[in-house]
Design a protein around this ligand. Structure first.
Ligand SMILES: *Cc1c(COP(=O)(O)O)cnc(C)c1O
Length: 361
């Protein structure tokens, strides 16, 4: 059996060239006589891998020198605790609740201080992004927190909130490297690699250097201090070495393709194929308000649960996998990350058209 079109939200599709290259290097990386999985993270060979990965990411995202790039573990979820432990100096932070991931970060922060939900789209099951132009930002807030692309609900902040001068912290797990980013607008950006970047096990944190201090909350474990990882250039302990190597290959590929501006154009075109179909379909409809639609995660429904289940099943049989919506939402969701070829979305829409014809007679 060949490869399928994998619409999983994460772990998600990786570029086939990257997988092939890694396969070719599996037994002997660059003449080292061993796999990257087998080599010391203190070796010259691995040092080059991680340094190049960092530099390529800096080039791609145009990351200024006063920001550090950290390759960590514990997934995006560990950042929900690590961020307050390191940044909640006044023990106050404001959260914009646009879905489950933002809510989890908000709940975790409550362990460490006063977390305020200053806006939410829970009233309409997170199908939109609230107006964030004039929010009641707390005077003593250490930061304002957002989940920039909501993987489960398929919404995206097209405009960053007005934080009234407070630090902005963003979870960009599911929109990482999907478009150009102005890093200077944020104090800290983070994302798990397994959505749009690489394999599970790596989380990337981009943090302004002045925010990296010894001054963490009492009881913060050594491993959860940004400073320790920054001082050791992400090599304080054994990093997720193989994952970083694959991320590095993805960065090189994106650079070769023309960088994030080109990725944005491709992603917009790719998403438009699906959204344009949804907007005129007699059977399917997208669940998100138009202005706030994500280009990465596209939830949709038929309005009939039985039909949804059958769609997912028949799509799978046609080589279109993992289209089932998140277990808390139902319906369908197509995650169309950077590595999903245009052809995959075209095949999906073709299949949807046929399914619609067969089921609207
Ligand atoms: C998947 C996801 C997470 C959780 O990531 P883990 O690596 O499993 O902890 C957090 N935030 C967003 C936006 C996600 O998509």
């Amino acid at each position: 059996m060949g490869r399928v079109y994998n619409f999983s939200a994460g772990p998600a599709v990786l570029p086939e060239e990257v997988l092939k290259e890694a396969a070719g290097e599996m037994l002997d990386y660059g003449g080292s006589g061993m796999s990257v999985m087998e080599m010391s993270h203190r070796s010259k060979v691995f040092e080059t891998i991680i340094n190049e990965a960092e530099q390529d990411l800096r080039d791609l995202m145009n990351i200024p020198d006063d920001y550090s790039v950290l390759f960590l573990q514990g997934g995006a979820s560990q950042q929900f605790a690590m961020i307050p432990m390191n940044l909640m100096k006044n023990r106050v932070a404001d959260f914009i609740i646009t879905g489950q991931w933002a809510k989890k970060a908000y709940q975790e922060a409550q362990i460490y201080g006063k977390a305020n939900a200053i806006a939410s789209s829970a009233d309409k099951t997170f199908t939109y992004i609230p107006d964030c132009s004039d929010l009641p930002i707390s005077n003593d807030a250490d930061y304002v927190y957002i989940c920039e692309n909501n993987t489960i609900y398929g919404t995206k902040f097209k405009k960053l909130p007005n934080t009234k001068g407070k630090l902005l912290v963003a979870d960009i797990s599911s929109c990482f490297l999907s478009e150009p980013v102005d890093v200077t607008k944020y104090g800290l950006i983070f994302g798990g690699a397994q959505k749009n970047v690489g394999p599970a096990g790596v989380v990337i944190v981009i943090i302004r250097k002045d925010l990296i201090t010894e001054d963490t909350l009492p009881g913060t474990p050594t491993m959860l201090k940004y400073k320790i990882h920054d001082d050791h250039k992400s090599l304080y302990n054994t990093p997720p070495a193989y994952g970083i190597y694959i991320c590095g290959k993805v960065f090189k590929r994106l650079k070769k393709l023309g960088g994030l501006k080109v990725m944005k154009e491709i992603n917009e075109k790719k998403a438009a194929i699906l959204y344009d179909f949804l907007d005129q379909s007699k059977l399917f409809r997208g669940t998100v308000v138009k202005e706030d639609r994500s280009f990465m995660n596209v939830p949709f429904v038929t309005g009939n649960e039985e039909l949804d289940v059958r769609f997912v099943k028949e799509a799978k049989a046609a080589g279109l996998e993992n289209l089932k919506g998140h277990r808390t939402v139902g319906g369908m969701r197509a995650s169309i990350y950077n590595a999903m070829p245009m052809e995959g979305v075209e095949k999906l829409v073709e299949f949807m058209k046929k399914f619609e014809e067969d089921n609207t007679k």
